[in-house]
Design a protein around this ligand. Structure first.
Ligand SMILES: Cc1cc2nc3c(=O)[nH]c(=O)nc-3n(C[C@H](O)[C@H](O)[C@H](O)COP(=O)(O)OP(=O)(O)OC[C@H]3O[C@@H](n4cnc5c(N)ncnc54)[C@H](O)[C@@H]3O)c2cc1C
Length: 360
């Protein structure tokens, strides 16, 4: 938008609605205080105008499924993305605006027999956030299919399509995460068109490694697996009032992995130690955060009935709000788990979500 066409106040921006919201309403953890203002943006133009007109700090919010927000009054504006148009080309090229619900994009692609994102079924949140932490599940990542992103540069105010390679996508990382340098307005994916999935890489899915299977079959299998772990949002199920995996899987030097295995063998026997999940990650080894949490003495549901914030009863990697938790309850639980794993194995777990007004 040229400067002469730019509205001069938020109230004048078409497609923008000011809304008094709280982060307890905006996040899947259902925790957090109130921003100075919430602005809901239904178009890319409204997002750009909001970002340039807001006085002071602002936080872009999609589905709120990867946010841990402090309680109380927060000195920031929440810019809530609701631009949601999606186009599916017959050549497999998909463009999704940032505010589109990610799982609707996956469902639409699968309905059309487009392959490449079926393993990412059921991940909560928005399409625009998928590059932010390079979302991944069941052996697939958005980086496998992301071609380019349309970015609003928060420093210069410019809007441009940038290649996916410019984001430095890696395991649960991009140079957009924690930096707030740019807002993703739209993403572009190149999917396959023969009705088959990408070659499967994850053992829990039926079929041989490397096999390609009908996309709809893979999607329903992934959704069933995810539901069993409380990793699909269900309003009635407190096990899903979470931010998904709370800690990333730690990547450690192989000597550290060996030391963890030896410690487990000492305390729980060689058989258990032999089953320790470990995947090569360059010169290092990626361990399972969930496995370490369990072995450090934190079972599912920890610390037990009555606690307002608990580990999910379905998965030790999800920290959950049982309905009456505050952000402080959740943060105390996160600290407890992290300290326990550090003391048991000398491995520091790093939180996966973005923290606002609080830190571990
Ligand atoms: C039950 C559950 C299961 C989950 N499973 C997975 C999983 O399997 N794999 C996985 O990778 N993640 C998973 N997650 C985490 C989360 O769903 C993803 O990280 C998701 O991409 C976050 O999207 P969102 O729109 O909710 O982002 P938000 O929580 O709204 O925002 C997260 C961060 O991204 C920034 N952001 C959001 N949108 C944009 C944008 N358009 N441009 C720039 N910055 C932006 C925000 O400012 C914030 O810093 C899970 C979460 C839950 C609750």
């Amino acid at each position: 938008m040229s400067d002469s066409l730019m509205p001069h106040s938020l109230a004048d921006v078409p497609g923008l609605r000011v809304d008094p919201v709280s982060f307890a309403e905006l996040t899947t953890l259902r925790l957090g205080g109130t921003p100075r203002l919430g602005v809901r943006c239904a178009t890319q133009e409204a997002i750009v105008a909001a970002c340039s007109l807001i006085d002071g700090p602002f936080l872009v919010v999609g589905g709120g499924s990867n946010l841990v927000v402090a309680e109380g009054s927060l000195d920031l504006t929440a810019v809530i993305l609701e631009n949601s148009s999606v186009t599916f080309g017959s050549d497999g090229l998909v463009r999704a605006e940032a505010g589109a619900v990610w799982d609707d994009v996956v469902a639409g692609a699968v309905e059309r027999g487009l392959g490449g994102i079926e393993c990412l079924s059921g991940i909560p949140g928005s399409a625009g956030a998928t590059p932010v932490q390079n979302v991944g599940a069941y052996g697939a990542e958005i980086s496998d299919v992301l071609t380019q992103v349309k970015l609003y540069d928060r420093e210069t105010g410019s809007v441009s399509w940038e290649p996916a390679s410019s984001l430095e996508l890696a395991y649960r990382y991009s140079n957009l995460k924690f930096t707030q340098r740019a807002v993703v307005l739209e993403i572009e994916l190149q999917l396959t068109t023969d009705g088959l999935s990408r070659p499967l890489r994850f053992g829990q899915l039926a079929g041989e490694a490397g096999e390609r299977r009908p996309v709809a079959e893979v999607r329903s299998e992934v959704l069933a697996l995810r539901r069993g772990k409380g990793m699909v949002l269900e309003p009635e199920d407190h096990d899903t009032w979470s931010a998904g995996s709370f800690f990333t899987n730690p990547i450690v030097p192989s000597a550290v992995a060996d030391a963890v295995r030896a410690r487990v063998a000492e305390e729980r026997g060689k058989e258990d130690a032999a089953r320790m999940p470990a995947w090569p990650a360059g010169d290092e080894v990626k361990l399972s955060a969930a496995w370490l949490i369990e072995r450090a003495g934190f079972p599912r549901g920890y610390p037990g009935e009555g606690a307002p914030a608990r580990l999910s009863t379905k998965h030790t990697l999800a920290l959950t709000n049982r309905g009456s938790a505050t952000a402080d309850d959740l943060i105390a639980l996160a600290r407890d788990i992290r300290a326990g794993v550090l003391s048991a194995f000398d491995v520091t777990l790093e939180p996966e979500p973005v923290w606002v007004g609080a830190s571990i």
